[in-house]
Structures are given as C-alpha cells and as structure tokens.
Design a protein around this ligand. Structure first.
Ligand SMILES: NC(=O)c1ccc[n+]([C@@H]2O[C@H](COP(=O)([O-])OP(=O)(O)OC[C@H]3O[C@@H](n4cnc5c(N)ncnc54)[C@H](OP(=O)(O)O)[C@@H]3O)[C@@H](O)[C@H]2O)c1
Length: 233
C-alpha cells in the first residue's frame, strides 16, 4: 500500500515539528505546514535532508483562503489525505481574567484554536471519506476539561473545551466513514507555549499525538486522551 499522507498544522516548532519527525520515522509521508514560509521550509529541511518524505506548504489556520489553497494543493498533488493533526494554537492567556478579558485576544484564540481546526476538518473530510479511511487528531489540553475547569487562561481554556465539543460532533458525523476523530492532550510540555519548567519533553508530547494517529480501525473515536489513556471531559 502507498504510504499514508499526514498533514500537521503549526509544525515549524514545538510539538508540531516533533509530531512530523515521529510521523516520518513511522513511515508516513508528511505535509509540514506553517504560517511563516521560511520557518516552515527550514523545519522541513532539518527533518528530512533528502526531501523525500516531507513536503512543506504554507498555512495560516486563521485564514480561510489559506486553508482553501492548501486543500487544492493536497487534492492535486496527492489526491488523498489520511491523517490531519490540528496542532496550531495560540494565547495560553495566563495574564487574563475571565471577568475582564481583552476580547481581541479572545477573538483571535477562537479564530485560531477552534475555527481553524473546524475549517480544516471541513476542507479535508471529503478526501478522507473518498477512501473511507482517516484519522483526525485535535491537539487539545487539560485546560479544556470541564470537570476540573478553573477561572484561569479563559480564552485558551474555553477554545479547547469547544475544540473537544467539535471533536465529539465530528466523530458522530463520521462514525460510519472509517474515520476516527479524537482530542489529545500532550501534557505539560517544554515548548515556547509550555515554558522551560514543564515536566514533559516534546518527544513525550508528540508520542501522545502519534498514539491517536496510529489507532487501529476498531479504535476509539470521539474521545479525549493523554498517553493513550482516556481523560474526563
Ligand atoms: N506545551 C504545552 O504544555 C501544551 C499543553 C497542552 C496542550 N498543548 C497544545 O499543543 C499544541 C502545540 O503546542 P506547542 O506547545 O508546541 O506550542 P508552540 O510552541 O507555541 O507552537 C505553536 C505553533 O502553532 C503555530 N501557530 C499559531 N497560530 C497559527 C496560525 N494562525 N496558523 C498556523 N500556525 C499557527 C505557531 O506558529 P508560529 O511559529 O508562526 O507562531 C507554532 O508553530 C497546541 O495546540 C497547544 O495548545 C500544549
């Protein structure tokens, strides 16, 4: 069988680029995307000197036209997409109060962390449905878990809770299409977002994502996981 084609958003640094590295090591062909062309090209070059397994394409998940251009590229170049990892996210807003937030920040978080993944799923589901096979991994966060939700990081936490809800709805809508859609928390990871004090490496964070990519056909869908273990919503 031809290698599976996997696309990762926000893949120029952090958990995104490490997810690409692990996908390549597992034999996937990888479409590494990033909103900055130079950073994305550099990341792809560092990952794969030969250029055989990884292709770069620009993508700003907050821009519908950028998603449309990417969809057309994937359709023309590969005619399929097997794996979509919605990794890009912004505004871990530790500085904000839910009672008086900067709504421009809230709006940006919604556009990037929720509408971005939603639009990408809408754009690529037809390609997955065509082959009756797909894996969607929405990189979420324990900050979006309703059962333990505090008042901190309001824009981030609310968008991740909404991403979890989107994951459930996508899973229900694709239940008979051979597609598994899950939300994954990578844990608290040492990246620009997670900071240097985080206990987990990017390798460990991305491994949590790979678990959901590599689920067998009878694996779970519509769930929330970390390290392959189910989390409470
Ligand atoms: N690190 C943690 O402890 C932790 C914990 C729980 C969940 N997560 C989740 O894990 C995922 C990756 O986080 P990370 O720690 O690797 O974060 P990061 O180091 O801050 O990287 C975020 C990535 O998202 C990209 N991005 C932001 N806005 C974008 C846009 N509009 N279009 C395309 N790409 C965009 C960034 O690109 P630029 O370089 O251009 O800014 C960057 O590549 C996120 O979904 C995050 O919420 C992280």
């Amino acid at each position: 069988m031809n290698p599976r084609i996997a696309l990762v958003t926000g893949a120029n640094r952090g958990i995104g680029v490490e997810t690409c590295r692990q996908l390549l090591a597992a034999g996937y062909r990888v479409i590494l995307t990033s909103r900055d062309k130079q950073k994305g090209t550099d990341a792809a070059r560092r990952l794969d000197g030969t250029g055989a397994g990884v292709a770069f394409h620009p993508l700003d998940v907050s821009q519908p036209a950028s998603i449309e251009t990417l969809q057309q590229f994937v359709e023309q170049e590969y005619g399929r997409l097997d794996v979509l990892v919605n990794n890009a996210a912004i505004h871990y807003d530790t500085w904000q109060e839910v009672t008086a937030p900067d709504f421009a920040v809230v709006q940006e978080a919604i556009t990037t962390n929720l509408l971005g993944p939603w639009r990408l799923c809408a754009a690529f589901l037809p390609l997955m449905r065509r082959n009756r096979w797909g894996r969607i991994v929405n990189v979420s966060s324990g900050s979006g878990a309703l059962h333990s939700m505090g008042s901190e990081t309001p824009a981030y936490g609310i968008t991740k809770a909404a991403l979890n809800a989107l994951t459930i709805k996508l899973a229900r809508a694709t239940a008979r299409d051979g597609i598994l859609a899950n939300a994954v928390c990578p844990g608290w990871v040492r990246t620009d977002m997670g900071g240097p004090a985080a206990p987990r490496s990017v390798e460990q964070g991305a491994a949590s994502v790979l678990w959901a990519v590599q689920l067998p056909d009878d694996g779970p869908t519509g769930g929330f996981f970390r390290n392959g273990k189910r989390l409470e919503w």
